[in-house]
Design a protein around this ligand. Structure first.
Ligand SMILES: Cc1ncc(COP(=O)(O)O)c(C=O)c1O
Length: 394
């Protein structure tokens, strides 16, 4: 069989999904991270972007980015280790460490590389990584690359984690990895429970706070601020591709760990430095988060409005404290029909089906933005009622 034969077979299966209106991927939106986007010449309300605080289009952030582009050009054109580090990269690393209450931080070119590159550099043969079954693919990839033994524990299940820890050789170094906010359902990792077990068994903890950063905690510092646990976790990671308006990611930890990662993590060493303008974007986002706290409040208000409206209408929602609203449909075909029906009515949402969640847990994932107007949210709620009613979901 030629290597490309599998592509033909795969593409044929995608074509049949498209024919059944069950393919909602790789579409074109202009601009992608705005409250209202254009798709195929139509205007639609965007409830599927992770631009939670609306900072990707915030005038102050855009201006800072343009200024950096003019001053630094479009790329650093080298690895960070060689000639790709600018004062913007170093300034941002200091700022992120301060923002997360840690000694130091290192910036990677994507969030995916952050998780993959931190886990694989920090652990090796003889160590054990304990990973939540619903952790993001970037963590799974880090687990595939490490020489350590990997134990997957049941989602947020402390008895399962305890069992895994108890099985470990007492002398092995152990690392527990969890999402701070689980991306599909918006639920929180059980950080207090994990910390108790980590202390008991002498394990380190790594949190991927991709979706918590900027969205939860009184000042948007994330899941650890929410749980009042800042400074109690060994590795605090995150991405710039959600609340922080661009692409890139970071790991914050001790000075020792950060210096080590900068010379041992292969995705950091062997990939080009993230663009200086992206560093300026994140610096500006962090300033706005501190200086315009009303954005976090607006994000909460918008989320509460839609969550309460959907719940009152009779939709089945899992309770969350994040801007991700998971609407349980429980059937894959109906989930696609719901997403398609909403799209026809002018609302974009993400259908989430197996293998991202179990089949009976199929859901519509709404992600809120602070920049959405009340009128658009009311319109979206009306469309949810209309389409949900037609499908017998309410
Ligand atoms: C929890 C989590 N971690 C890591 C990533 C990867 O980040 P990025 O898309 O910025 O590479 C994502 C992105 O979807 C995510 O949701």
């Amino acid at each position: 069989m030629a290597l490309s034969d599998k592509c033909r077979e795969f593409n044929a299966s995608i074509d049949s999904l498209k024919a059944a209106n069950q393919f909602f991927y790789l579409r074109q939106f202009d601009p992608a991270a705005s409250p209202v986007v254009t798709m195929d010449g139509r205007k639609l309300i965007m409830l599927g972007s992770n631009n939670y605080l609306g900072l990707a289009t915030h005038p102050r952030v855009v201006e800072a980015t343009v200024r950096a582009l003019e001053e630094y050009g479009t790329g650093a054109c080298s690895s960070r280790v060689l000639t790709g580090t600018t004062s913007l990269h170093n300034r941002l690393e200091r700022k992120l460490a301060e923002f997360k209450g840690m000694e130091a931080a290192v910036v990677f070119s994507t969030g995916f590389m952050t998780m993959m590159g931190t886990i694989s550099a920090m652990t090796e043969e003889g160590d054990v990584v304990l990973s939540d079954e619903f952790n993001h693919a970037s963590i799974v990839e880090g687990c595939r690359l490490t020489g350590a033994e990997v134990k997957v524990y049941k989602h947020n299940d402390m008895a399962s984690l305890e069992e895994g820890l108890a099985e470990c050789d007492a002398s092995s170094d152990k690392l527990i990895v969890t999402d701070g906010v689980f991306s599909m359902k918006g639920t929180l990792g059980n950080l207090p429970g994990i910390k108790k077990l980590a202390d008991r068994f002498g394990a380190s903890i790594m949190i991927d706070d991709a979706h918590g950063t900027g969205t939860i905690g009184a000042t948007g510092r994330g899941t650890l601020e929410y749980f009042d646990m800042e400074g109690q976790i060994d590795f605090v990671c995150g991405t710039f591709s959600k609340s922080l308006g661009t692409i890139g990611g970071f790991t914050a930890s001790t000075r020792e760990v950060v210096s080590y990662l900068k010379l041992r993590s292969r995705p950091f060493i062997f990939s080009a430095s993230p663009t200086p303008s992206s560093m300026a974007t994140v610096l500006a986002c962090l300033e706005v988060i501190d200086e315009e706290p009303e954005l976090i409040k607006k994000l909460g208000k918008n989320t509460d409005f839609l969550r309460e409206g959907l719940s009152e209408a009779g939709f089945s929602l899992e309770p969350t404290v994040t801007p991700i609203i998971p609407i349980l449909v429980g059937d894959e075909e109906k989930t696609f029909l719901m997403a398609g029906g909403l799209e026809d009515e002018g609302v974009i949402v993400n259908p989430v089906v197996s293998p991202a969640v179990p089949k009976e847990g199929s859901l519509i994932r709404v992600s809120m933005m602070a920049s959405l107007e009340n009128a658009d949210l009311q319109k979206a709620l009306d469309k949810f009622k209309l389409v949900g009613g037609r499908l017998g979901l309410i």
